[in-house]
Design a protein. Sequence first.
Length: 197
Amino acid sequence: MAVDRTPVLKRCRSLGMEPMYLGIDKKSNRQLVRANRKMSEYGLQLREKQKAKFIYGVLEKPFRNLYATAERMKGLTGPNLMILLECRLDNVIFRLGFARTRREARQIVDHKHVLVNGKSVNIPSYRIKAGDKIEIREKSKSLQRYKDILEVTGGRLVPAWLESDQENLTGTVKELPLREQIDVPVNETLIVELYSK
């Protein structure tokens, strides 16, 4: 399995985004020194795509497949792509506050700690639907790891499209998110322009 091992703060600096979007509280003290060159249109589009891939932890091929699915769906491709990214199981675990970062959420799913509608799911890219019930399995609930996670994520806001019960480590997907409810600093129209060349 391919894994992106780039240093997180370094990558955030190069993409010009805050690490808090990844669930990381640290800040880099270094300043990015850029040459005073104007970035081309292609460069801007590529940076937006890299930003989306980095935030959600998706590699190129799955990202391209998601884009193709978003194109086939009704409505605008850009918002559809962002909704598909937001509906990944690892992202939903992160949004519910059961993981500090999306990478940690991915690991929790990989290690079979998550049940979706009572069935064990270990695929981070599993697409959730409205009405799905997501919970951490009984055996894992007593682990010290989740107590530590809840200490950190206790004050985090859960999006309106999700309902979280942090004491029992369960959550429900009330509805699929709208683009306005996704607080990720990505301009998806540039991604659509890049892929439609």
